[in-house]
Design a protein around this ligand. Structure first.
Ligand code: SF4
Length: 512
């Protein structure tokens, strides 16, 4: 589970309430004493102490912080204090799946099961599909006896009480409407780039389930008949929500088949797929002048496409697809703990960096650390050739932190275990593929994604340097069998860290 804490100096309760209204998140709890307000939806919660800090937890905590940062001025990242273990809940009288639990159907080597995962602490339970068949009828209105009738036959819920809540859930407010991109704002795509997906399905199992709307699920089932019992084809993506998670077969989306790739795509074309799959791996950021369209450097194809003639690929935004809402760059952009710059200045600096990187001959991990040091000392210096080289070691506790990290997908967990082994290696390894590191930084610079989630730019550059450095060590470390993209450790690492809402350079818990 992701858990992030940021300073909130000078932000009062009224500003917090306005921001939460904009995100469509209702107030869930209000603690007296040092006043704390908790807002949230099924998949995330944000606890504010006005004027002091905000803590966000949930599967995509980083994405939520990024949206928060477009409404509130966030301070520097802070360490999260350790959490007390959650007490075991008493058996509920009218059970329903708790909001923090995700149910995912799996078929591995022909054996079906359902995994329940608590996003608060990453704990998992594997239950028999027959128990799931009862559990899916538990909606908070029926007690055990009524549930027995509804399910058609009694199967025991004993042993899964921890995963249940009691009674009807609190009413949910309407999902937030993402801010629309101004119609006049042009889309500027990563120059000379088109995507060549190899169809191997590397991404279709790397992140766990993709959320489908009910309409997308119905269309997919109409195009691709699934040989699975109905309760296992889709499970709720999150408790209380309307989205659906497709089953995973041998750790890939049920719609993936090795010989044809995505079977929805094969049967109905790209536009028939669920929206996240149509767009992946494109990124859109509104920098106030244009919408920058780039690629998330987290799959092997994203990197390998850069080596091919763009005429062999497809545009990052599929033809006929309306541009989805772009994430806004904050205004101003934090550069370091005590500096900020208008986003127009950051955009100009990113363009200069994009051009400079094409010919920068030096070690790019040390260069990114050097840029961070120069920004801390002088702000945005357009003369990038004057950035020093700084070889910063990986944090000493990183291997243990990566080894403890949880993630929904087995593939992401395997990558984190691979990274944990590699993080123990000392020294400053030579790059085996400097052109990939160059592409990584250029794609992020073009896409205005060097400083995501309102993080200071210098801290974000040190994080990028650490990822490049760790990926080099991973390249010299055997990858576990379940890890995706073993020949592209930087892509694998980037995807697994996003999936697990982790950063390499966050201070250890309990330290500031
Ligand atoms: S719907 Fe298609 S593209 Fe999306 S994860 Fe499933 S197989 Fe992959």
């Amino acid at each position: 589970m992701g858990r992030l804490r940021y300073g909130l100096e000078g932000v009062d309760e009224a500003a917090i309430t306005r921001a939460m209204d904009a995100l469509g998140a209702p107030l869930l709890n209000l603690a007296a004493g040092p006043r704390e307000l908790t807002f949230g939806l099924a998949e995330w919660q944000a606890t504010f102490r006005p004027g002091d800090h905000v803590e966000v937890r949930g599967h995509d905590a980083e994405g939520v912080v990024e949206r928060l940062a477009s409404h509130l001025s966030l301070g520097p990242p802070l360490a999260c204090p350790p959490e007390a273990p959650a007490p075991e809940a008493p058996a509920p009288r009218r059970p329903r799946l708790a909001e923090t639990v995700r149910a995912r159907a799996h078929v591995i080597d022909g054996e079906p099961s359902v995994r329940l995962r608590d996003v608060r602490d990453g704990r998992e339970a594997v239950i028999d599909p027959a128990v799931w068949d009862v559990l899916r009828h538990a909606d908070g209105t029926r007690d055990r006896d009524a549930l027995t009738l509804a399910a058609g036959r009694w199967r025991s819920l004993d042993g899964v009480a921890r995963w249940l809540a009691d009674g009807l859930p609190a009413p949910r407010s309407a999902p937030p409407v993402a801010p629309a991109v101004a119609a006049a704002r042009p889309i500027e795509a990563l120059p000379g780039y088109a995507l060549r997906c190899d169809g191997s399905g590397g991404c279709c199992g790397a992140y766990g389930a993709v959320p489908f709307t009910a309409e997308e699920a119905a269309r997919a089932e109409g195009l691709v008949p699934l040989g699975l019992p109905r309760p296992l084809r889709f499970t709720p993506y999150d408790a209380g929500g309307d989205r659906l998670a497709p089953a995973q077969v041998d750790r890939s989306c049920v719609f993936f088949a090795p010989e044809v790739g995505c079977r929805i795509h094969a049967a109905g074309g790209a536009r028939a797929k669920p929206a996240p799959c149509q767009l992946y791996p494109a990124t859109l950021v509104d920098d106030g002048v244009a919408v920058r369209l780039s690629v998330a450097p987290e799959c092997a194809c994203a990197f390998e496409s850069a080596d091919h003639d763009p005429a062999d690929g497809v545009p990052l935004l599929p033809p006929g697809m309306a541009a989805p809402p772009a994430r806004p760059l904050p205004e101003p952009v934090p550069l370091s703990p005590d500096r900020a710059a208008p986003r127009a200045e950051l955009a100009a600096w990113c363009d200069a960096l994009f051009a400079h990187l094409e010919d920068e001959p030096r070690d790019l991990a040390a260069f990114a650390n050097g840029l961070a040091a120069r920004i801390d000392a002088r702000g945005l210096d357009p003369d990038l050739s004057r950035a020093p080289l700084v070889e910063a070691p990986l944090p000493p506790e990183l291997a243990a932190r990566l080894a403890r990290a949880g993630a929904e997908s087995d593939a992401a967990r395997a990558v984190l275990a691979w990274a944990a082994t590699a993080a123990a290696a000392s020294g400053w390894p030579e790059p085996a593929h400097p052109e990939r590191e160059r592409f990584y930084l250029r794609a992020l610079a073009w896409g205005r994604r060097l400083a995501p989630a309102g993080r200071p730019l210098s801290a974000a550059l040190r994080e990028r340097a650490a990822r490049i450095r760790l990926a080099r060590s991973m390249g010299a470390t055997p990858a576990p069998a379940l890890a995706r993209a073993p020949a592209h450790p930087l892509a694998a690492l980037e995807g697994a860290l996003r999936h697990a809402s982790l950063r390499l350079t966050d201070p250890p818990q309990g330290e500031g």
